[in-house]
Design a protein around this ligand. Structure first.
Ligand SMILES: *[C@@H]1O[C@H](CO)[C@@H](O)[C@H](O)[C@H]1NC(C)=O
Ligand SMILES: *[C@@H]1O[C@H](CO)[C@@H](O)[C@H](O)[C@H]1NC(C)=O
Ligand SMILES: *[C@@H]1O[C@H](CO)[C@@H](O)[C@H](O)[C@H]1NC(C)=O
Length: 456
């Protein structure tokens, strides 16, 4: 137990045992956020429906690969900005499972902010070019250690089992079995380690040709195999409205889907960014199917989606995110304004309480993967009993080539095609994938192959 946890525990104990004062019990309660749960197609905070009204938080971008929650000098000034923005959730792409996060997580909890974490990082992830080999015990140890590192915080809302691993070539759908197996294993780990229920799901790329199949894939099969939610990235709203952006169709297509859905990234930047998306996301047009979204993104990086610029950290390089924060206008104030103007609706807002499995998608030109999941690698079973142990952090030896501890299941179960099938070049026109920083899985692999080195 680290200092801040002890302190808040003491504060809580004092609130119960000592002579009560007017302020102490209130303070203690502020840090005890109620965990977020999922029922049917919606999230709940206690009995209240919960909408994700958040921002993607990745100071330094994917290239820096820094954990902003491991350094109070980084997170604290940003949490002040988060409070100003009025958000209730952040997504963090890189977290170091060998480090302590007490201070940042506690500050976020005090601000009423939940955290959604990517359980993968560039060195410990499923490799799109070799998913079978990279789904191995060394990889799972890192994923499970990340769960261990964050399970104790009440404001850990959810984990992403993968980010945009399935992409716009049909052969990338072959990774889906391994990402879904990881998703399944994460849920089992949370259960067997007797942690409170934390949600696990996938964050999909903005690809029209396989978005619906991906959603169905992650919600089909046994209860153990099915995700707790589905999320996708969407950049189609550019100086737009509900109909022009095609969001009306994205509501129609997902109507009846049995899990909560939210946008894990939104916010086209080809336009004046007034974040009109929020009006639609909080409107009855959408709330019976969607549970909000995360605006991409907090810091200004070379791809130009940020609303805050960080400059001049001590060490003056991209790994140092402690520098001065400047709010970028009009975007920063526009987001504050949108958050105020379009609050979360009250009540159920059309949510369905029925938790319904999807039918597994059939194979076609765009979807060529079997729904039979690989068994967990035998060497990873010990983690369920004994825990994952110390996490390797963000700079370990990496897992992608640790094929000796891979699953014994066949890499190509009967019935699946061999991956040489046709590929699709179709994409949503507004998606900024060319300059996207989110593609670390394949992007890094290419980089590593070219450089012939594992270190970033
Ligand atoms: C997938 O297909 C694309 C386009 O045809 C190709 O460039 C890539 O090498 C293929 N990847 C694998 C793993 O087969
Ligand atoms: C909605 O589903 C239809 C039929 O499956 C598909 O053709 C269309 O591209 C989908 N639209 C969106 C926006 O996903
Ligand atoms: C709700 O949907 C209607 C009809 O599709 C559309 O005209 C309207 O602009 C939408 N409202 C919002 C707030 O997006």
């Amino acid at each position: 137990m680290k200092t801040t946890t002890v302190l808040s525990a003491l504060a809580a104990a004092a609130a119960v045992n000592a002579t009560p004062t007017a302020t102490l019990p209130l303070k203690a309660r502020q840090t005890e956020l109620e965990p977020i749960t999922a029922t049917g197609n919606a999230f709940y905070k206690g009995k209240e429906r919960f909408f994700v009204r958040g921002i993607d938080y990745q100071p330094g971008g994917a290239a820096a690969n820094v954990d902003p929650l491991a350094d109070p000098e980084v997170c604290k000034p940003d949490i002040e900005k988060f409070k100003k923005l009025g958000i209730n959730t952040i997504r963090v792409y890189s977290t170091d499972n060998s480090k302590d996060h007490d201070e940042c997580m506690n500050e976020l909890a005090k601000a009423g902010i939940y955290v959604v974490l990517d359980a993968n990082n560039p060195l410990y992830s499923i490799n799109r070019d070799d998913p079978h080999t990279s789904y191995n015990a060394i990889y799972l140890q890192s994923v499970f250690a990340t769960i261990d590192a964050f399970a104790k915080y009440p404001n850990t809302m959810a984990f992403f089992s993968g980010n945009e691993v399935i992409h716009d070539h049909a052969n990338t759908t072959l990774t889906a079995r391994y990402v879904k197996a990881t998703d399944r294993d994460m849920r089992r780990y949370i259960k067997e380690r007797k942690y409170r229920k934390m949600l696990v799901g996938y964050s999909a790329a903005d690809v029209t040709e396989n978005r619906l199949q991906t959603a169905d894939y992650f919600n089909c099969g046994t209860d153990e195999e099915r995700s707790d939610f589905f999320a996708f990235n969407d950049y189609s709203w550019c100086t737009s409205n509900f109909v022009e952006s095609g969001w009306d169709k994205k509501v129609k297509n997902f109507t009846g889907y049995g899990l909560p859905i939210f946008l894990s990234e939104y916010g086209c930047n080809h336009n004046v960014r007034d974040f009109g998306e929020l009006e639609a996301l909080m409107h009855p047009n959408m709330t019976s199917v969607y549970s909000g979204g995360l605006m991409y993104e907090y810091t200004m990086e070379p791809n130009e989606y940020g609303i805050v610029k960080i400059e001049g950290g001590d060490k003056g390089n991209r790994f140092d995110q402690t520098g001065k924060r400047t709010e970028l206008q009009p975007e920063f104030n526009n987001l504050i304004k949108a958050m105020k103007e379009f609050p979360a609706p009250k009540g159920l807002a059309g949510a369905s309480t029925e938790n319904k499995a999807s039918k597994c998608p059939e194979n076609n030109d765009h979807w060529i993967v079997s729904s039979v999941l690989p068994e967990i690698p035998e060497e990873a079973l010990v983690y369920f009993k004994e825990g994952a142990g110390k996490g390797p952090g963000l700079n370990g030896k990496g897992s992608q080539w640790a094929g000796h501890v891979a699953s014994k299941s066949p890499s190509n179960p009967e019935g699946a095609t061999d991956g040489s099938g046709s590929d699709s070049s179709g994409k949503d026109s507004a998606a900024p994938r060319g300059s996207s920083p989110m593609l670390f899985v394949s992007g890094l692999v290419t980089l590593v192959t070219l450089a012939g080195a594992i270190a970033l």
